[in-house]
Write a protein that binds this ligand. Structure first.
Ligand SMILES: Cc1ncc(COP(=O)(O)O)c(C=O)c1O
Length: 350
């Protein structure tokens, strides 16, 4: 892959494609995916059904399409409400997906690092209903959070929130873009995490390092409806085995490397926490995401981003004083010192 930056921490989607994965992609057996005849896609779906313990699954080009179609299928009427945390990815990085594609309105919850409480959900669900009020129809959570800084939802909280939602007839959706990172940290199975959810998806282009591809899973009925919207949105992919081969390779060969990715995130976190203008709570480095605030005397987060880019290190300034780093398979243990030094060197700047 042509690289503009020697170290790219902007997102785990910027991870290169390993030689082994390229080989698997090259050798992929393919067929017509939209007719259910692509053997590699079918194998991927079979493995994901098993991994997630769901009745049916569908291959999608992206996580964004999984969120959009998942919400669309779970909602009933245009204007239905989807409950999500204020930091949720589809609110900020999906071109108005909730309204534009899912025809829903978002009800925002004020979570801590992207994680809200049972009481916050109850407060919304107990509000009086009426013909002039959007019906809370879907509750969506990210496991782990992205702009919440990689925070992990405790299993018990997920179970309690889903049970409450179900009492009120509200469907539940898990954005599991990085669910397998959580599995690697906690050792709790993906099946256990997703069991109480009606709809779930996992992504292969993040820390699993595939070029693209995500799988949405749920009941047979849900997935049949998802097929309708997948076609409608141009997601029918024909010889998609070429992509599914990358996803399968990620599952078989890269999943086991996630523990090391998290170890690198932890050791980089320790070094960064010693940089005087960085405010980073090490307990908050739970997965491959490091999110922290900067209090530099002269530089804002976007200025720090620009200064590091000149040194060949790409980071992401989320706002004026918040920076996000994502560790992935291309980041090596020894890069931690280079990255921390680059931040440290900015201390001397006028
Ligand atoms: C939590 C979360 N949800 C959804 C998405 C969208 O996934 P994709 O880039 O595959 O469309 C992302 C992408 O980073 C994400 O982090």
């Amino acid at each position: 892959m042509t690289r503009k930056f020697k170290i790219d921490l902007f997102s785990d989607t910027n991870c290169g494609i390993s030689q082994g994965m390229r080989q698997a992609i090259m050798n992929a057996d393919v067929g017509n995916e939209v007719a259910g005849e692509d053997p590699t896609v079918n194998r991927l779906l079979e493995e994901c059904r098993e991994l997630l313990g769901k009745e049916a699954a569908i291959f999608m080009p992206s996580g964004t399409m999984c969120n959009g179609i998942g919400f669309r299928v779970l909602c009933e009427l245009p204007g239905d409400a989807i409950l999500l945390d204020k930091t949720a990815h589809p609110l900020h990085k999906a071109s108005g997906l909730v309204a534009g594609l899912s025809h829903a309105v978002p009800y925002l919850l004020e979570g801590e690092r992207g994680i809200f409480t049972l009481d916050q959900v109850r407060e919304i669900l107990e509000r009086p209903s009426g013909y002039n009020i959007s019906v809370p129809r879907v509750l969506s959570i990210e496991q782990p959070t992205n702009f919440g800084g990689g925070a992990i939802w405790p299993l018990k909280t997920l179970q309690e929130i889903c049970a409450l939602a179900s009492q009120y007839g509200v469907k539940t959706h898990m954005d599991g873009a990085r669910l397998l990172n959580v599995v690697a940290v906690t050792g709790i199975s993906a099946r256990d995490y997703v069991a109480p959810f009606d709809c779930v998806w996992i992504d292969f282009c993040k820390t699993l390092g595939a070029p693209m591809g995500a799988v949405l899973a749920g009941s047979q009925e849900l997935i049949e409806k998802a097929w309708y919207y997948k076609f409608q949105q141009g997601g029918g992919m024909h010889k998609a085995g070429i992509l599914a081969a990358g996803c399968l390779y990620g599952l078989h060969h890269h999943f086991s490397k996630l523990k090391n990715v998290h170890k690198i995130a932890q050791s980089l976190g320790v070094l960064l926490s010693k940089v005087p203008y960085i405010d980073l709570n090490l307990q908050f480095v739970e997965t491959n995401i490091i999110l922290f605030t900067v209090n530099h005397p002269t530089l804002s987060a976007p200025q720090i981003e620009a200064a590091l880019a000149k040194k060949g290190i790409r980071i992401f300034a989320v706002d004026h004083n918040t920076i996000r780093l994502m560790i992935h398979l291309d980041i090596k243990e020894e890069d931690s010192a280079t990255i921390a030094d680059a931040f440290l060197n900015l201390v001397e700047m006028p």
